[in-house]
Structure formats: structure tokens, C-alpha cells
Ligand binder design. Sequence first.
Ligand code: MN
Length: 291
Amino acid sequence: MKTRSIEVIVPPPAPHYVGDGFRVHNFIPSGYHLDMHRMTPFIMMDYNSKFVFPPSAQPKGVGVHPHRGFETVTLAYKGKVAHHDSAGNSGVIGEGDVQWMTAASGILHKEYHEEAFSKTGGEFQMVQLWVNLPAKDKLSKPKYQGLTHEGIGKFELPDNAGVIEVIAGQYQEVKGVASTFSPVHLQNAKLNKGGKAAFNFPSHYNTALLVIEGSVNVNGTEAAETDHFVLFENDGEAFTIEALETSVVLVLSGEPINEPIAAQGPFVMNTRQEIVQAIDDYNQGEFGYLD
Ligand code: MN
């Protein structure tokens, strides 16, 4: 097994607001080598670093909008988010929970701070990923997986190093609860100070880390601080992280979907013609109805 080397450690880009409820750093796609192909199947990553929202009588968030052709995966680290969609699914996710929404053929949804959280305000920290779908699955039926922290499989590391929470894919014998359309590993490494974890994914899988809390030493060579994104080369399988303090690290790795990407706003298809079709279908009301 060969060590996977670090390509670049990306500091958090200047934040912007999505709606009025998500203050995000966009890591993918952005200027730092990270276009929609570089981390495929992960084609978008917005990170709301820890931010204190003041109390608000009206829940902040993003109003009704469409998606087609991919999945939105939202991970809550602090605060609570509510979701409603035109397929009739809804849910609230809080600390440690994950919402895995398959837009596929098309849905409308809205994403808001949960009502009680909104009223009290407080620390809010979230990641939203867009996971692309293979062409053959882009027009499949929408679905929703609400994954609770309790239901997410956990691997206890030896020597009190910490725990790996396996949202998707596999770590040692623990399998992820999320069902995915292509091979995806999505894991939270929660490490105690000095705790070490080793990972091993096929070298052609696109792989990265996001440091949610604390700081870690990667491969025993380079330190990555809070809110930094570590992009790996595709030159080996194995890497290690060691917590320099109590840390939480999101680990992403996935088999590339090597197909053309045509993206416009909330639609991600393979060709221009399919984008035109998506806009047409949306305008015709084919994505359903949501108030
Ligand atoms: Mn959305």
C-alpha cells in the first residue's frame, strides 16, 4: 500500500450567504483546483463554519427551489435544520444527523433553521455536499434518507483514539447506513488529543478532508487547522490523521463518475440539451408543488 500524498491544503474562502440562513465557504467548485470534475462524485461543497445566529422569530434559510440530476447531502454539526420537499418528505436534522436527499428526476425543496433553534439562536455549523448521479440514474425517482446520529455505525478506534462514524461506505467492518448510487465513503473521524486513525481507499477514488474542529497532522508531515480542506493526490491508497487536540474531521472519498457535466444553477446533467429540458420541465410544473 502506497501513501496518498497531499495535493493542497485550502484555507476557507471568504463566506457568502445562501438565502439568509447559511453563511458558507464554498470549497467545490472554486478556484483552488476544485472544479466539478476534480472531486467527482462530490461536485459541490458548501461549509457553514461555526457561526452564532441571533434569535429570530422568522426561521432563516432558503425558500422553495428545484434540483435535478444529483443528491444533496447535509451534515449538521451544530444547530438544527428543517427540510420539506415536493415528494412529500420532510425532516429535522440536529447535531450528528445527516439528511441525504436524492433529487434525481426533480424535486422542489426548502431548507430552514428549525423553529425552536431559530427562536433561541445559537451556534450553527453545517456541511452541504452535492453528490453527482451516474447518467443512468439522473432521472430516477426522488428519495429521502434521514440518518440519525444514533443510527450511524461507529467504529471504536484502539487506544482510546476516538471513533469513526460511518455515514456511507465502510471503515474496517462497520458499514455506512446511507444507500448510494455509486461507491462513496463519507465518515466523521472524532479523535481525542493524540488519537490516530488510518484510512485506505483505492487510489483512483477522489479523496479529501475537512477539519470541522481542532487540528490534525496528516501523514505525519503536514498540519491542517480548523475549517481547512485537505485535497489528496490520486497517487496512493493510505493516509493517516493524528489529532493535535480534540478534533472532528469529515473524510470524503468516492469513485469518480467520469461522464460529461452540464451544470446550471440547481440542475446538474450531462448535456446542454438536458439542462434546457430540465428548465422546461420545471417551468411546466413537473417537479411538483411545494408552498
Ligand atoms: Mn437545495
